[in-house]
Write a protein that binds this ligand. Structure first.
Ligand code: NI
Ligand code: MN
Length: 226
């Protein structure tokens, strides 16, 4: 798989010729000013919860791509009412799409939509195909349900975890989350975008290295092959 970071919690996953974007928040992010949202084409847009910093560009990208938005029932219905194609899910459920299987898993956070509508319950996604498996945690605290992931899903190749603290778990708790999901390779997200979540990159990497794990912090626009 190839993962490209578009800042904050936004990643593009490419495998088997298909492209899936997670939590698009690009045009309002000054740190991602060099990324052109209008150029992005995908096969699906996955939205973890209703907060603006996870869906600001979902409508634009989904319309430009004629791609479905996959999210919880409430967020999906909100986009459906704007005339978009959607696939609603809810916690604990999985569905096999052309690009792979998606399981919508628990996150401990909140979810409300930008206009105040009910954003349902927040979640994360475990996505897999025949060869590889990825966990995108969304916004979440550290929680014990993460221990269900290695029991109910294929072995993870990589976990994308929030590490910025304040609104989500910080990197110290993310080290424990990596333990819970049994994954040694972590890509950090949800850090540096706002004042509340600025972190010391070297300290964060050291916290993981001290436990024999790897924390990868991609530059915005940067990619990694896994
Ligand atoms: Ni949030
Ligand atoms: Mn957020």
């Amino acid at each position: 798989m190839k993962l490209t970071y578009y800042g904050h919690s936004c990643f593009l996953l490419e495998w088997n010729g298909q492209r899936i974007i997670f939590d698009p928040f690009i045009s309002p992010n000054e740190l991602a000013a060099h990324i052109d949202v209008q150029q992005i084409r995908v096969d699906a847009v996955l939205v973890s919860h209703g907060h603006g910093d996870h869906l600001a560009d979902a409508e634009t990208i989904a319309r430009n791509s004629d791609a479905p938005i996959v999210s919880n029932y409430e967020v999906a219905t909100w986009f459906e009412n704007k005339g978009l194609r959607v696939h609603p899910m809810n916690l604990g459920g999985k569905w096999t799409f052309d690009f792979g299987t998606v399981k919508y898993v628990n996150a401990v956070h909140t979810s409300s939509l930008p206009d105040g509508s009910n954003g349902g319950n927040p979640g994360g996604f475990v996505v897999w195909n025949e060869e590889q498996c990825l966990y995108f945690a969304g916004d979440t605290a550290l929680h014990f349900d993460m221990q269900l992931i290695p029991i109910t899903c294929p072995e993870l190749d990589v976990a994308i975890l929030p590490i910025g603290d304040n609104f989500t778990m910080g990197y110290d708790d993310a080290v424990i989350a990596a333990e819970f999901v049994e994954c040694e390779r972590v890509i950090g997200c949800h850090y540096d975008t706002f004042g509340y979540i600025k972190i010391d990159h070297e300290e964060a990497k050291k916290s993981f290295a001290d436990e024999g794990k790897e924390l990868i912090l991609l530059p915005i626009g940067g990619s990694i092959d896994i």
